[in-house]
Design a protein around this ligand. Structure first.
Ligand code: XMP
Length: 514
């Protein structure tokens, strides 16, 4: 296993992804929580120091524990990680007038253990740079292996101590061979076997769940989304009928989703599933409400009430299963302090464990989203389920903005959305898109169909690419696709007579409209 010490880079999680893709388990710890003891407790075979926004040249700036450099562990310092390693080992870092951002080309000057089979002396290799500071003088024992026009110490190493420092970012895709350098570090230098696979993880988690739960009872809220589906399938494989799943159907799901959940979990997996159709209750409480935050709060609170009611009916449980993922768990490094503003109040079952006196089971805490999908496939979940686009907890309610939500409007939106997704699938674009959906606007416009006047809703189509939902860009469909889809929707869905395409990125927009 490898330890990654985070100095607050935007792309620290990408380092972890690259390490795990090479079959090596790793974890991220923030620099201000790492000590010699936490490193010994984790017992890594090597350590990676991430980049970060600070400057080593300032009087106060983040450091790795000084003892780290005497523990005999291989170390790879990336960008800020390289600079702090140099400074902590007696070299010098300066703020450079020649900043470098974006693509740069390295001159490979000397063979390193990390280059074998990847880079050769004399070659020019593309890398991605993003730095203002740079190394100015090397610590004792270090040599230069590659330079770039503005970074004479672009790749440095003390091979005898297995210390490596790179000014560029090997973890990003714009450094084409970066993942091979990281793999060479974890395997060749640190000696990791690279045998961390999803099948092994599954077995290990099943044992952990059995040990944690004993003969207790676990309850799991199932939504049909990827995370809760994988949690349910995994826990069921571990403890069988000690698991009860509760599917609160708020009537705001997409076409066919509720049926699929019941079919897969009850019929195929034979899971003890409570399916509560609470659509009347939810729609009743939403009647007359148009404010986005108010709608979100109503749906969140009603969800918890119904879930609790159903949990009590099945006699309660000792544990609540949750699909918490690794990105939710990683403690982020904050340089600004203070809470961030609430853009949208997300819907979850937050307060439930205390209210019902349950302990948590969170078997996905160590996984990234794409790893969860691989685990889902390993557990035998259907591809449409594990490969599904994200869907927000409040469902279609936040895709009918600025107007009262009614069953009729939900039906119109469901039909249009199903056509849109079908066209995307037919065009082979589903997996290239992070999320695609339709929004039923509160605007009516005049149209003409046949010889008659129509006065119906405008429907907006949205599709974005993203890696984590934090930032996103609109998907550049070709016009033929948009024309074909708009045509089908207007012809097949009564209530919509105009279709528009949303070309807003995030930021400044958000992915959902509310
Ligand atoms: P926004 O609209 O904030 O969405 O750009 C980012 C991602 O989060 C999803 N989303 C939610 N997911 N409960 C959820 O589980 C919610 O209340 C919620 N609101 C937004 C959204 O679909 C996108 O993937």
């Amino acid at each position: 296993r490898i330890l990654i010490i985070d100095f607050g880079s935007q792309v620290t999680q990408l380092i972890a992804r690259r390490v795990r893709e090479s079959g090596v388990y790793c974890e991220i710890q923030p620099f201000n929580k790492v000590t010699e003891e936490t490193i010994r407790a984790f017992d890594p075979k090597g350590v990676i120091l991430s980049g970060g926004p600070a400057s080593v040249t300032l009087a106060v700036s983040p450091r790795a524990p000084q003892e780290l450099f005497d523990m005999g562990l291989p170390i790879l310092g990336i960008c800020y990680g390289q600079q702090t390693m140099v400074a902590q080992l007696g070299g010098r870092v300066e703020t450079s007038d020649m900043q470098e951002f974006g693509r740069a080309f390295l001159d490979i000057q000397k063979d390193s253990a990390l280059f074998e089979g990847v880079w050769q002396v004399g070659a020019k290799e593309q890398v991605w740079m993003s730095h203002g500071d740079r190394v100015a003088a090397l610590p004792e024992g270090f040599e230069v292996y590659a330079t770039s026009p503005n970074a004479p110490f672009a790749f440095i190493a003390d091979e005898s101590r297995h210390f490596y420092g790179v000014q560029f970012h090997p973890e990003v895709v714009h450094t084409p061979h970066g993942h091979q350098l990281i793999e060479a570090f974890t395997k060749r230098v640190c000696g990791c076997a690279g045998d961390w696979t999803m099948a092994a993880f599954k077995e290990q988690e099943i044992e952990k769940i059995r040990a944690q739960v004993g003969d207790g009872k676990v309850i799991c809220g199932l939504s049909g989304g990827v995370d809760s589906s994988v949690v349910a399938a995994l826990i069921h494989e571990a403890i069988g009928d000690q698991l009860v799943c509760v599917f609160v159907d708020h009537g705001l799901l997409r076409a066919g989703e509720a049926d699929q959940v019941v079919k897969v979990f009850r019929d195929r997996f034979n899971i003890n599933l409570v399916h509560r159709d609470a659509s009347d209750l939810f729609l009743g409480k939403l009647a007359g409400k148009t404010d986005p935050e108010e709608k979100r709060k109503i749906i969140g609170a009603t969800f918890i009430d119904v879930f609790e009611e159903e949990a009590k009916k099945v006699g309660g449980a000792d544990f609540l299963a949750q699909g918490t993922l690794y990105p939710d768990v990683i403690e982020s490094v904050s340089f600004h302090g203070g809470p961030s503003v609430t853009i949208k109040s997300h819907h979850n079952v937050g307060g439930l464990p205390e209210r019902m006196n349950m302990k948590l089971v969170e078997p996905l805490r160590e996984l990234f989203k794409d790893e969860v999908r691989i685990l889902g496939a390993e557990l035998g979940l259907p591809h449409e389920m594990v490969g599904r686009h994200p869907f927000p907890g409040p469902g279609l309610a936040i895709r009918i903005p600025g107007q009262e939500i009614t069953r009729e409007k939900c039906d119109v939106l469901r039909k249009a959305d199903a056509i849109y997704l079908e066209e995307i699938r037919n065009a082979g674009l589903y997996d290239a898109i992070w999320q695609a959906f339709a929004v039923l606007l509160p605007v009516k416009t005049v149209g003409v169909m046949g010889d008659s006047r129509t006065y119906d809703h405008v429907l907006a189509l949205r599709a974005v690419t993203s890696t984590d939902g934090m930032t996103a860009d609109y998907y550049p469909f070709d016009h033929a696709f948009l024309g074909r889809t708009a045509n089908r929707i207007i012809n097949e869905v009564r209530g919509v007579n105009r279709v528009v395409y949303d070309v807003t990125s995030k930021p400044p927009g958000t992915i959902e409209w509310e």
